[in-house]
Write a protein that binds this ligand. Structure first.
Ligand code: NAD
Length: 285
């Protein structure tokens, strides 16, 4: 039976460190504060926001939300963003994306203060990440995957890692981060001919596709006996009762040494990393 690596355990170790850092900040009269910006009230953001408020409340980090009118103009959005960006009490900014059409994130991505860019939305942090720098902010979900591997003390040198998904928020940055950790990485996506073939010599598989039961046991026949499968996907369950990931847990789990679940996996670490980044923002101010 595979070891289920729990998000709560990984997040717990990060929270311990965050508490120490907040105490240090307080000694220096500094205070972390998150500003969330949303355009309209998209219910798709509600569960992410609930998770954020829970973690930040637990850690005693202040949060505020700016809700802009769904019909706001580009100039209006850019102006509101600039106000938040220039507010010295804010140490981290999270813009709920994607913005409703026809709004563009371009101006915000170009102008965001890199110290407040806690989810790697801006061009400075994105460029630094793809150059392999380790002193920039990483997108929280992709970083959560790396933290699972670190928590399990897995050295990625000489490891074959397959990432399924190539979006700019999860798959692509994760590929860069894994390469920086010395892994040998294969990225699969909707135009990959035979994913089973790509997985055949994997030590680690990360699913970040948003496709229920995408990874099945039958695809892992020749995989490593030490296989670790990490599920980033969030999908509605077939019966409509709650969420599930991209991994068909029943058939994949018996073939793994380690595995994560949805819920209870990557999601809980994502919001904790957001808190860590807001604290880091305060340290840099
Ligand atoms: P996205 O839709 O932007 O990208 C999905 C990627 O997966 C694409 O590159 C696509 O090519 C690939 N893909 C989709 N179906 C595939 C298939 N059948 N075979 C191979 N490749 C396939 O999504 P995203 O924003 O990258 O998010 C990916 C998943 O992760 C979603 O389920 C999302 O809800 C979830 N997510 C979870 C967290 C978290 O904190 N746990 C955070 C962000 C996103």
């Amino acid at each position: 039976m595979a070891i289920v690596v729990k998000g709560a355990d990984v997040a717990g170790s990060i929270k311990e460190d965050i508490r120490v850092r907040i105490t240090e900040l307080e000694k220096n009269g500094k205070k972390p504060k998150l500003m969330m910006i949303s355009v309209g009230d998209d219910p798709a953001n509600a569960s992410y926001e609930r998770g954020i408020l829970k973690v930040f409340g637990e850690l005693g980090i202040e949060t505020e939300k700016t809700v802009l009118d769904a019909g706001i103009s580009q100039e209006g959005f850019d102006e509101a963003f600039t106000g938040v960006n220039e507010d010295s009490s804010i140490t981290g900014i999270l813009v709920f994306r994607p913005l409703p059409k026809p709004l563009s994130i371009e101006f915000a991505a170009k102008t965001i203060d890199p110290r407040k860019d806690i989810d790697c939305m801006g061009y400075y942090n994105q460029a630094a990440l793809s150059m392999g720098r380790k002193d920039c902010y990483y997108p929280c979900t992709a970083e959560a995957v790396i933290r699972f591997l670190k928590y399990e003390k897995i050295d990625l040198a000489y490891k074959n890692v397959v990432v399924i998904g190539r979006s700019i928020v999860v798959g692509r940055p994760l590929v860069s981060m894994l390469i920086s950790e010395n892994a040998t990485v294969t990225c699969c996506h909707t135009k990959t001919r035979d994913i089973s073939d790509r997985i055949s010599n994997a030590d680690i598989v990360v699913t970040a596709a948003g496709s229920r039961a995408l990874l099945k046991g039958e695809m892992l026949k020749n995989a490593s006996p030490n296989l670790f499968c990490i599920d980033v996907g969030i999908n509605m369950r077939e019966d409509g009762k709650g969420i599930c990931g991209d991994i068909d847990f029943e058939t994949v789990e018996p073939l793994c040494e380690k595995i994560t679940t949805v819920p209870g996996g990557v999601g809980s670490v994502t919001s904790t990393l957001l808190a860590e980044h807001v604290v880091r923002g305060a340290e840099q101010m």
